[in-house]
Design a protein around this ligand. Structure first.
Ligand code: FUL
Length: 612
């Protein structure tokens, strides 16, 4: 900004007759903290807690703190991988839904003080905060509002506990760049032994009093970005745990009203198909670097940020396969952004604000994110033609708006001069915001490119146009996007009812639909040892009749059964295959799967069921 102001002043001194005023902001503008945050682009999520040791995605709240005992946890080694990959920060799940606090809190006894690790003297939050400082990346915390351990959850008493926890995290560990208030709230839980269902109603903000929480955070850490908290914070969920953010992507709520407010989006996803926490056997389920690139294009490349989860295992180390994919993607991203063929190109604009060079078309290619090309007030369309120093081949176009003046553009096209004629290479551009990365259908070679702004809420203010080249796919071998937990030989099995065959056909796209409490019985034709089973929910994006609680039984003779019950966690946000470990391995020729609850509706469904 400073640089821009200086050039504005210099320009007006040199050419007093051609100095134009900067445009007024349009709609809501981001705070300086929100701008800095958007420039961070991507950072790590770390889910590491009691669930790491139980194999669950959501703990019930009755897990013993004794479980937490990593033998080889080295926060610095983990954070150095993030830093090496080019990530700009990390957020740690200091407390997940099971309520166990990974720092020595005074708010509850359900904490690391009761864990054997470092004889109860350990502090995972401190270890990560320190490591982030050492490796020069930012540190943030996730602190689940829902607490399935606390006896007072759902009542007033819990709020005192929760506020204390937030205060501890924001006052004892240095600067926190982002605090995450997860949206999953209320439901079954241990709740101090009550073992019941507790609901906080539809308005989570009213129960937790998020306006008050936000006010207090601003006092304790004015630069901390607040994720969630209803819409009282700075950033909200991108809308899927696949990391994709919808496009067009507006960074405002209540758009075009006097209540308009700047709220950015963050796409979140685990690097591993197995889930947010570490799970045995997950090395075969890591997302490929190419998959991660697509996630990056669908989040950062749509004007949002990306938080990518890596989960330490029981020893406290990251999974080698996860790290390899992360580093390969990190190199691909660096290579994508490294050369910008548009840099220094000469420009001619259809219109320049007040004919003032300060707002000229060449601002698109000067490498200065603060300077921008701009039209006159009221002119909401315009184009800039770029002449590159020499022809270049590119397949990604990056555009950035000067977001300090608000998000404006809602339509653009890009053309290239190919074989003696202008050809549209991107006809579908909508919003820009902090940045869009537009992947073209195929690489284009040219020395002339034209940007056309076709629709904007006010005169467009475009700060950068870059022409980039996507590096080649690194490892086509890891492209496979769906891997089942186990490769059971299902061909020999007989399934009752026969309509349930769709849940045993190794095809994630077909699924069985039945009624709640309708059991599926499988005869595997021979006795074997079963230590776990896995369930893949319907994959068609519909939550109706999606089974999220079960009874699972095993039997040697089909008459005497051993049964376990449980829930499939987090399916609403992340309907992935979940593996359930049985407490002890069972000899079985038969197993029975009985759905006992649906996320929505009263029916039941399953896309795939596996045993091992
Ligand atoms: C969700 C949670 O329920 C998941 O367990 C995970 O923490 C994810 C990041 O957010 O809402």
């Amino acid at each position: 900004m400073k640089k821009h102001l200086t050039s504005l002043i210099l320009a007006s001194l040199a050419l007093p007759s051609l100095s134009a005023e900067a445009p007024k902001p349009c709609g809501a503008v981001p705070t300086p903290q929100q701008v800095d945050w958007l420039r961070m682009e991507w950072y790590a999520f770390v889910h590491f807690s009691l669930n790491t040791y139980t194999g669950k995605e959501w703990g019930y709240g009755d897990e013993s703190p004794e479980l937490f005992n990593p033998t080889d946890f080295n926060a610095s080694a983990i954070v150095s991988e993030f830093q090496k990959a080019g990530m700009t920060g990390m957020i740690y799940t200091a407390k997940h839904h099971d309520g166990w606090c990974s720092w020595p809190t005074a708010s509850t006894k359900h904490s690391i003080k009761k864990s054997p690790w470092k004889q109860g003297k350990g502090d995972v939050v401190k270890a990560f905060a320190k490591a982030c400082k050492k490796h020069n990346i930012k540190f943030g915390v996730y602190i689940s509002p829902w607490d399935r351990n606390c006896a007072e959850y759902g009542k007033k008493g819990y709020l005192r506990v929760y506020y204390k926890q937030i205060q501890e995290l924001l006052t004892k560990y240095g600067p926190i760049f982002e605090i995450w208030f997860d949206g999953a709230n209320g439901g079954d839980g241990y709740y101090g032994g009550a073992k019941e269902r507790r609901n906080i109603g539809n308005d989570a903000s009213a129960y937790y009093n998020f306006p008050k929480i936000v006010k207090n955070i601003r006092k304790m850490q004015p630069d901390c970005i607040i994720w969630g908290a209803g819409q009282h914070g700075d950033v909200v969920w991108g809308g899927s745990e696949k990391g994709h953010v919808k496009y067009p992507c507006w960074n405002v709520i209540n758009k075009d009203s006097d209540q308009e407010r700047w709220i950015s989006l963050e796409g979140d996803t685990p690097i591993n198909h197995a889930g947010w926490f570490w799970h045995a056997g997950q090395k075969d389920k890591v997302k490929s670097p190419e998959h991660l690139m697509q996630v990056y294009l669908d989040s950062v490349g749509r004007g949002a940020n990306l938080i990518l989860n890596l989960a330490p295992d029981k020893t406290g180390r990251l999974d080698a396969a996860d790290v390899e994919s992360l580093q390969t993607f990190g190199r691909m991203r660096r290579s994508l952004l490294a050369s910008d063929f548009a840099r220094g190109a000469s420009a001619s604009a259809s219109v320049v604000r007040g004919d003032d060079d300060t707002f000229g078309g060449d601002k698109l290619t000067d490498g200065d994110i603060e300077s921008y090309w701009c039209t006159n007030d009221g002119e909401t369309t315009g184009s800039v033609e770029l002449k590159l120093k020499k022809p270049a081949t590119f397949d990604v176009v990056r555009l950035r708006e000067q977001i300090r003046l608000g998000q404006r553009v809602s339509g653009f096209t890009i053309e290239a001069y190919i074989d003696g004629a202008w050809q549209v290479i991107d006809a579908e551009g909508k919003t820009i915001g902090n940045q869009v990365l537009r992947k073209l259908a195929q690489p284009v070679t040219t020395d002339r490119v034209r940007l056309n702004i076709t629709e904007s809420r006010a005169c467009p203010c475009i700060s950068e146009l870059s022409l980039l080249r996507m590096p080649d796919a690194q490892d086509a071998g890891t492209q496979q996007e769906y891997v089942f937990a186990f490769n059971a030989d299902k061909q020999q099995w007989s399934v009752t009812p026969a309509t349930a065959a769709a849940a045993f056909d190794n095809n994630p796209d077909t699924f069985w639909q039945g009624g709640n409490n309708d059991s599926i019985v499988v005869d595997m034709k021979k006795v074997s040892k079963i230590s776990s089973f896995s369930y893949l929910p319907r994959q068609d994006g519909n939550l109706q009749d999606m089974t999220d609680a079960y009874e699972f039984s095993t039997s040697v003779d089909g008459e005497h059964w051993t049964t376990v019950k449980g829930e499939f966690s987090n399916l609403r946000a992340n309907p992935i295959e979940l593996t359930i470990d049985l407490e002890s391995a069972q000899n079985a020729r038969y197993f029975r799967f009985t759905p006992t609850r649906a996320l929505e509706g009263h029916g039941a469904s399953a896309a795939e069921i596996n045993v091992k």
